[in-house]
Ligand binder design. Structure first.
Ligand code: ADP
Ligand code: MG
Length: 597
């Protein structure tokens, strides 16, 4: 090809371009992420092809991206030395839409400008996103391995057509030259560019370079007089290039090459937390869905933990390219305290939040990550006690240094996040049993929040058939409740539930490991085999003897109480309030009343 050729965009591209250029959406800076990610893809492709043909590296084996700008010309240029494009490839790849992600996107367009503009904001739109900030884009490219004369220049104003012409280009790879719109001139600024690159592309493993600048004073207005004033000074380019990203995605490196400090630094960088995390897990998951997860459990709860709308703390990357913060589809709400990174090899770069919700890959990532967090917690719980613990196999673990470091961590975790974890009973049915094992409560035998259902079961009395608990506003109220009297007398442990979510959460948990959970404040307490024959008989006789009194009491309280019964649950107190077995507990009723319902 020698002469200039003018070609038309595929109809769908023209439609997409029209939208891009006519919708000034709030997230315009993503164009830089898209273009840098294309540059990175181009370098990956070169690396791959060069596996069989080392000559493709020509004399430039170090793959990199350079970002530069020209204030006078109002251009921003992104150059890579990756695979490059032939003229034919430029025509095909930059003039038609082949990839499925954008096709899906096009399928969703409604024709309603406003709704579509919003859609576009949620999608990455690849190369064409350059037209958000540019009214003209020039692409100059030369494919690796072809002669310099076979370069191509592609130019378009982002409307119906584009031009291609042959050029000579010594350097392999591609330059994307954006002629910036007036509204986008803020990108002619090193500081602005660096901050956008740090936000979206810091973890691209390819070095991103920018030319160093230094301050230069303006010229003296009157050279003979030092105090005669100067022209305004400014930043000038030094001709020296520096790498501005970290150029390494921590999570892509093998675990053995990463130090404890590096993991902690990374946590601080992504979480904006000053404290070190309690623990983390770093894994590459292979199988149907491939992804890498690096998940952290913080030591301290954020102030707004209670806000269930608060976004989760997991960042989504696709092949090292940042896609979005707070990808709620990747973590259930009750694990919203988890921070970290999930890097998928399977999702399209332009995935939207809506698509995330529907994706099967995302569902499997979410399930895998949830299980990973639960096993981290189980591990902390297992090592929480100071003495060596007997595992399920009955063999006492040898406590090594690593285990020692975990001592007390579960208690610390639980006091910060235990209440949130309980939400999982109602939210995540599949993991309910694992969650139940992770719960801890105070009890009539322990003031600290340390009794698990399993501990309780192990201490159950001969003949005891239920796990007993009481809900109350405070620990003192729970402990002094008259409903506990008979349990105290018989030395039966009762779990004291004083957390606001307990009542709600326990609606979803009817038993633990086959043993039913029973509120001591509901219905007639059936102590089953714990009650001896004599006691049962006495109760029955009393019920008979007090029948006339009960009838009178019932009549007197008819608007207030549904039933009046003789009970065995009291020892010292004359009376107490209970709710029906299927009724709402007094505690829950009070909560709802407080909430104005
Ligand atoms: P995607 O990256 O999802 O394929 P884009 O719209 O970002 O979609 O890019 C379209 C195509 O243009 C790419 O698939 C690639 O073939 C080509 N392309 C874009 N930028 C470059 C580049 N810097 N080097 C080589 N090819 C590129
Ligand atoms: Mg792309």
């Amino acid at each position: 090809m020698s002469n200039k050729q003018t070609l038309s965009f595929q109809a769908e591209v023209a439609q997409l371009l029209h939208l891009v250029t006519h919708s000034l959406y709030s997230n315009q800076e993503i164009f830089l992420r898209e273009l840098i990610s294309n540059a990175s893809d181009a370098c990956d492709k070169l690396r791959f092809e060069a596996l069989n043909n080392n000559a493709l590296y020509e004399d430039a084996p170090n793959l990199e991206v350079r970002v530069s700008f020209d204030q006078a010309a109002k251009t921003l240029t992104i150059t890579d030395n990756g695979i490059g494009m032939t003229a034919q490839e430029a025509i095909e790849h930059l003039g038609t839409i082949a990839k499925s992600g954008t096709k899906d996107f096009m399928g969703k367009l409604s024709g309603d400008q406003k709704a579509d503009a919003q859609l576009i904001g949620q999608f990455g739109v690849g190369f064409y996103s350059g037209f958000i900030v540019a009214d003209k884009i020039t692409v100059e490219s030369r494919r690796a391995g072809v002669a310099p004369e076979e370069g191509v220049r592609w130019t378009s104003g982002g409307t119906g057509d584009f031009e291609v012409e042959a050029i000579t280009r010594a350097a392999r790879g591609t330059s994307i030259i954006l002629h910036l719109r007036e509204e986008a001139e803020e990108y002619l600024n090193a500081w602005k560019l660096k901050s956008v690159i740090a936000k979206y592309s810091d973890h691209i493993s390819l070095p991103i370079l920018m030319e160093k600048e230094e301050w230069k004073d303006g010229e003296l207005i009157n050279p003979s007089d030092e105090n005669g004033g100067r022209q305004p000074g400014g930043m000038v380019k030094t001709g020296e290039w520096e790498t501005i990203n970290k150029a390494s995605a921590l999570w892509t490196r093998p675990k053995k090459d990463i130090t404890e400090e590096q993991y902690q630094e990374f946590y601080k960088a992504i979480s904006h937390d000053h404290e070190a995390p309690l623990t983390w897990a770093h894994n590459r998951v292979e199988g149907n869905t491939e992804y890498t997860q690096l998940l952290y459990i913080p030591a301290k709860a954020p102030f707004d933990l209670w806000n269930r709308d608060k976004k989760a703390g997991v960042k989504l990357y696709v092949k090292r390219v940042f896609i979005m913060d707070d990808a709620e589809a990747l973590m259930p709400t009750y694990l919203r305290f988890v921070k970290g990174v999930i890097d998928s090899a399977d999702l399209p770069l332009n995935v939207s939040r809506e698509l995330l919700q529907e994706s099967r890959d995302v569902r499997s990532i979410r399930e895998g990550s949830t299980k990973r967090v639960l096993s981290m917690l189980e591990d902390l719980a297992k090592h929480d006690k100071h003495e060596a613990t007997a595992g399920d196999d009955g063999v006492t673990d040898v406590v090594d240094a690593d285990d020692k470091a975990k001592e007390g961590k579960y208690t610390a975790f639980y006091s910060e996040f235990g209440s949130v974890l309980k939400e999982g009973l109602g939210e995540d049915f599949g993991n309910r049993e694992r969650l139940a094992k992770l719960l801890r409560f105070p009890s009539t035998s322990s003031d600290t929040v340390s009794v698990s259902f399993a501990d309780y079961k192990a201490r159950m009395k001969e003949g005891q058939e239920a796990i007993y608990y009481i809900t109350a506003d405070t620990l003192a109220a729970a402990k002094n409740s008259p409903q506990l009297e008979v349990f105290k007398k018989k030395g039966i442990e009762v779990l004291l539930m004083t957390d606001r979510v307990d009542e709600w959460a326990l609606n979803y948990l009817h038993d633990f490991d086959g043993t039913p959970l029973q509120s001591v404040a509901k219905g007639a307490v059936d102590l089953g085999k714990l009650q001896d024959e004599a006691e049962k008989k006495a109760a029955e006789e009393a019920a008979e003897a007090f029948k006339p009194l009960l009838a009178k009491l019932k009549e007197a309280l008819k608007d207030k109480a549904e039933d009046v019964r003789v009970t065995t649950r009291l020892v010292d107190s004359p009376a107490c309030l209970v709710v029906q077995d299927d009724g709402m507990s007094t505690q829950l009723a009070r909560m709802l009343k407080q909430a104005g319902q």
